[in-house]
Design a protein around this ligand. Structure first.
Ligand code: OGA
Ligand code: MN
Length: 198
């Protein structure tokens, strides 16, 4: 982590890094993600409504699959990069992170979006940091699917979901939304838990 990244997380609650893996590895992950999508293994994401999980594409229109550590594959290498990132966040930003979950998400276009939300609520969850990595080669503004962050007390910040861009934010602090996507939009998201979590 750079000094600017540590400072960004501490003062604004987020930072953005434009090249996380390097182009060759990023393209390899993209190819695997596209193949998983094509194979039909992704499922519509659920949302929590009170105590229940339901599907409601007016809130959240992506298809998802959980990614497990796997040796010697592009997704496995990405998993390792997220693990290293978590260690760096703990050491550099004193976040005290433990395990993480990693999810592949695909918005199939057609205006699929994810309404404004937080990934964790103070006291209700032990998700502490969210890291989203994008796999969209050739992204253009007309493709939509921009991530809009709502930092407390300042103007919204838009993140284009361009190949190999990484955004990290504090899960309890930053509200965010995915604006309608008009082309296939791929992202891999890691949620890091505090060390006390099981
Ligand atoms: C999420 C989410 C953001 C993105 O899955 O909780 O907010 O840019 N994703 O895909
Ligand atoms: Mn989210």
């Amino acid at each position: 982590m750079t000094v600017q990244e540590v400072e960004g997380l501490g003062t604004r609650g987020y930072f953005i890094r434009s090249a996380f893996l390097g182009e060759a590895r990023a393209v390899a992950v993209r190819d695997v993600a596209l193949a998983r999508m094509a194979s039909g293994s992704l499922r519509p994401a659920g949302i929590r409504r009170g105590a229940d999980r339901t599907q409601d594409s007016s809130v959240r229109g992506d298809l998802i699959e959980w990614v497990l550590p796997e040796p010697d594959t592009p997704l496995g290498e990405l998993w390792e990069s997220f693990r290293t990132l978590g260690d760096a966040l703990s050491t550099g930003a004193y976040l005290g992170l433990g395990r993480f979950d990693l999810q592949l998400a695909c918005y199939p276009g057609g205006g699929a979006h994810y309404s404004r939300h937080r990934d964790a609520f103070p006291g209700q969850s032990n998700r502490r940091a969210t890291a989203v990595w994008y796999a969209n080669a050739g992204w253009e503004p007309a493709h939509g699917g921009v991530l809009r962050l709502y930092p407390e007390g300042s103007a919204p910040v838009d993140v284009a979901p361009v190949l190999d861009t990484l955004v990290v934010f504090l899960s309890e602090r930053i509200e965010h939304e995915v604006l309608p996507a008009y082309a296939t939009r791929l992202a891999l998201t890691a949620w890091y838990y505090g060390r006390a979590a099981g």
